[in-house]
Design a binder for this molecule. Sequence first.
Ligand code: ZN
Length: 201
Amino acid sequence: MSINHSDYIKDIVFAFKKLPGIGERSARRLAFYLLSQNESVAFNLADAIKNAKQNIKLCKNCFNLASDDLCPICGNRSRNHKLLCIVENPEIIYVFEKSGTYNGYYHVLHGSINPLEGVMPSDLKLKELVERVENGAFEEIILALNPNSNGEATSIYIKKILSPFDLHITALARGVPIGSDLEYVDKDTLSEAINYRKSFD
Ligand SMILES: [Zn+2]
């Protein structure tokens, strides 16, 4: 059975639709755009994604993206060992680092608790967080989760599991718009949110 050209297009549309914020129409527009361009445009995109996926792994310590066992942040011993900032995904580390206001370490959960979508605490890097806290010299844990109900539920859960430890638990100041995703917040707002962080209770 030969494959019809529209099946190839359907495959691209299907793949694009899996990306956040891309619906049927955007997916179709992107697919037809790529097909109308010089083939190097599509091949460069495909190669860039493939190379990144093949060469980037997760840091064994904080679960940030890394090209070695440890990410450059964990590999930098001159940062502040007393501070640990908990984020949902590596993109938020990128925004924090760009803001230049934070010099502690990070821990990436890879999501937030979301019962409606079946994301439970055991799906996140929480066991690893407790291990790090047990073995580290952290004095302050900064909860930098998204200001929405899932982020809030996750923060409460983390506070509970870290309660046996002698730690100051803080959260970002509310300069960050409620319901927004931290990765879309500009670096100045984020700097302010971290500088004016408050005890989380
Ligand atoms: Zn790391």
